[in-house]
Ligand binder design. Structure first.
Ligand SMILES: [Zn+2]
Length: 305
């Protein structure tokens, strides 16, 4: 029995019982993953697998720290994970363990409070709220997290930090607070790209999908969302940025779910539609080159915040 997550937003959408995927063991550094495509459950490798190598998937989110993973696995699956990554983590040598050395004794309590905060945030995400309400909630998250670390606040890259930021990015998008959503998306691109998730993970595809939606709203509804603040001063050409992001998104979806998947076909359709719109203005090669060139300007803007 496994919890199933939607491919577009990464939220739990139900549970499934499947004999084939039930044969796969857990690893905190798995070489495969399972996902839903409509009513179909599919398994796919996330990196090259050698002949005779065991195929593993993750039963708990591998981006969480060692003690969190063990605590989740024990009561639900009745084993203590001894995968290679857990062996490295327990010796305090893993990449995340280095960051976690300044944890306070209350770290686990605070992590639990942040998870509860996140679940409330998600539940109330469709309720109408003001920009001030959302700013207050972001401050509240900061306040809860402070007690988890000795020197500074809860780092953005320590879970559930990235999960909460992604929910905020989506909520700001729903509330048409596009520049705030855009900044959070770009921050998450750095965090996810550099973290255990990496750029060949469903999380990477999710954050690109939010980024594409934010930019689409800015480009195709400019009257409702005129650029303001620092973004308007940069003169960053948003249509080009949106196109570059769409190219990256379509590539990421193909790499993740396979060129024959429904997701890849949908992403290609979106890209084709956008390219046809833009092609009226410039040649195909010029279009791609221009998109890629402008993309870095946006990251510079986000960095300067
Ligand atoms: Zn493990």
């Amino acid at each position: 029995m496994m919890a199933m997550r939607s491919a577009d937003q990464g939220r739990d959408i139900g549970a499934a019982l499947d004999l084939f995927t039930s044969l796969m063991n857990h690893s905190c550094d798995p070489n495969a993953f399972v996902f839903c495509e409509g009513a179909q459950l599919r398994a796919r490798s996330s990196r090259p697998i050698a002949a005779g190598e065991e195929i593993t998937i993750n039963y708990v989110d591998p981006s969480y720290d060692y003690s969190f993973r063990q605590k989740r696995l024990k009561p639900q699956y009745f084993f203590a994970c001894q995968c290679e990554r857990c062996r490295i983590d327990v010796m305090g040598q893993g990449p995340v363990s280095v960051h976690l050395r300044s944890r306070s004794p209350d770290f686990e309590d605070v992590q639990g409070q942040l998870l509860e905060f996140h679940s409330n945030l998600v539940q109330s995400s469709h309720e109408p709220c003001t920009l001030e309400d959302l700013r207050d909630k972001e401050d509240q998250m900061g306040l809860i997290g402070t007690a988890g670390f000795l020197n500074n606040g809860w780092p953005d890259y320590v879970q559930p930090g990235p999960e909460i930021l992604q929910s905020f990015a989506l909520i700001y998008l729903l509330q048409d607070e596009l520049e705030r959503s855009l900044r959070l998306c770009l921050k998450l691109c750095f965090i996810i790209g550099e973290s255990t998730y990496g750029t060949s993970s469903p999380q990477w595809v999710h954050i690109l999908s939010v980024l594409v939606q934010v930019l689409a709203a800015m480009v195709h509804r400019p009257k409702a969302n005129p650029p303001s603040g620092t973004l308007s001063k940069t003169k960053i050409p948003l249509p080009e940025i949106h196109g570059a992001c769409l190219c990256q998104f379509a590539e990421a979806v193909k790499g993740m779910y396979g060129a024959d998947s429904a997701f890849a076909r949908a992403a290609d359709q979106l890209l084709e539609w956008e390219m046809n719109e833009r092609r009226k203005l410039m040649s195909n090669d010029g279009f791609i080159a221009q998109f890629r060139k402008e993309y870095s300007a946006l990251f510079q803007w986000a960095d300067a915040q």
